[in-house]
Design a protein around this ligand. Structure first.
Ligand SMILES: NC(=O)C1=CN([C@@H]2O[C@H](COP(=O)(O)OP(=O)(O)OC[C@H]3O[C@@H](n4cnc5c(N)ncnc54)[C@H](O)[C@@H]3O)[C@@H](O)[C@H]2O)C=CC1
Ligand SMILES: NCC(=O)COP(=O)(O)O
Length: 330
């Protein structure tokens, strides 16, 4: 059966709409439905010199694969007209509304996955909406207390125990419960979503040299080791905590199904260095499939035809693969 995938273009003044128009140039084996402003998408297509025929999505329409040069859309009105490259906090509410609609339609089962374009987190907050990221927003919409952000590229998967919180809060946020919950979700999804029978997860320490036996911090001894030992007793293959500055050595990576990093900037710079433009952000632990790009809004490139759609294409391919795996697991 043909899958139906919702796509949110994200921040309208950024490159998200350009990326959506780029993927609309190809045939896809799924139905792709954009949740966003029709006028804005039409204007951006004109600005980029791209020819796309838009149609309004109807849930009752037959689900047919995406044809190059067309786009089906669920129209969502902007608060104010958008100029590519010019951020406008007035449209923060619009961005969140597109995410709300996409998550609602995934939770209800009308769609099989959502692929998100990049949003400007600061701008949404400027609009008066507390927002730290799609990961946290979708978790909240789906009533999930724990979800996991994982970025994947060829030869490397990096998952995070904490996501969008200030560095000063990281140590306190890594409790025995959170570490165990994240590790369990990662382990389970590596099996069910990625078909890895016995996942091997390498775990980063939080402190330099993983605490150097307690001389450079005690979280590894007091929180991490007991939490991981308990999971090992239940059969999980967990290696670490190892120093984060050596864990990304080829010697470990060739054997690792995923690296579990303790915080955003411990894990993500490594994967972005290895595969920027070719990595995918996947939210694990949600009741629906969500993938995204590995980059931000790149407002400097919006409407210029210079945005690289590589990561967005990977995000769509990954969503299709995950949706197909989900069907065959049922
Ligand atoms: N998935 C999401 O919604 C994400 C959103 N962001 C948001 O993006 C905003 C801007 O973040 P920055 O740190 O400036 O990162 P950024 O990724 O937007 O830009 C960093 C540099 O990479 C370039 N770049 C990014 N994507 C590109 C692409 N597809 N093709 C060619 N060049 C590209 C940009 O032009 C810029 O020079 C922030 O507000 C942040 O919250 C950041 C990461 C992910
Ligand atoms: N650096 C990754 C990032 O910010 C993506 O976050 P999210 O919006 O996918 O939660």
């Amino acid at each position: 059966m043909v899958k139906r995938i919702a796509v949110t273009p994200g921040e309208p003044a950024g490159i998200g709409p350009d990326l959506v128009l780029a993927i609309a140039q190809y045939d896809w084996p799924v139905q792709i439905v954009v949740v966003g402003s029709l006028e804005m998408m039409q204007e951006r297509a004109q600005q980029l010199g791209v020819n796309v025929q838009f149609s309004t999505y109807q849930a009752s329409d037959p689900i047919t694969p995406q044809k190059a040069g067309t786009l089906s859309i669920i129209p969502v009105a902007l608060e104010e007209p958008c100029v590519a490259g010019e951020l406008n906090p007035a449209n923060g509410r619009y961005v969140v509304e597109t995410l709300r609609i996409a998550s609602e339609k995934n939770i209800s089962g009308e769609f099989d996955a959502v692929v998100t374009g990049p949003v400007h987190k600061g701008l949404i907050n400027q609009a008066g909406i507390a927002f730290s990221g799609h990961t946290e927003y979708f978790a909240n919409q789906a009533n999930c207390t724990d979800v996991v952000m994982m970025l994947a590229t060829e030869g490397l998967r990096v998952a995070l125990v904490t996501t969008h919180i200030p560095l000063a809060y990281v140590s306190k946020a890594i409790t025995r419960e959170r570490l165990q919950k994240v590790t369990q979700i990662l382990h389970q999804d590596l099996i069910t979503k990625f078909g890895i029978e016995q996942p091997k997860i390498y775990v980063c320490g939080i402190n330099p040299h993983a605490g150097e036996g307690g001389h450079l911090g005690r979280e590894e001894i007091e929180v991490m080791n007991p939490a991981l030992d308990e999971l090992r007793e239940n059969g999980m293959q967990l290696i670490g905590p190892l120093p984060a500055d050596t864990i990304f050595h080829h010697k470990y990576l060739q054997d690792a199904d995923a690296i579990l990093a303790m915080y955003h900037d411990q894990g993500l710079p490594v994967i972005k260095y290895k595969g920027f433009g070719n990595s995918v952000n996947i939210t694990l632990g949600l009741p629906f499939i969500r993938t995204s790009v590995d980059h931000g809004t790149a407002v400097d490139l919006a409407g210029s035809n210079q945005a690289d759609p590589g990561s967005f294409i990977q995000a769509i391919k990954s969503a299709i693969e995950l949706a197909n795996n989900q069907s065959s697991n049922k």
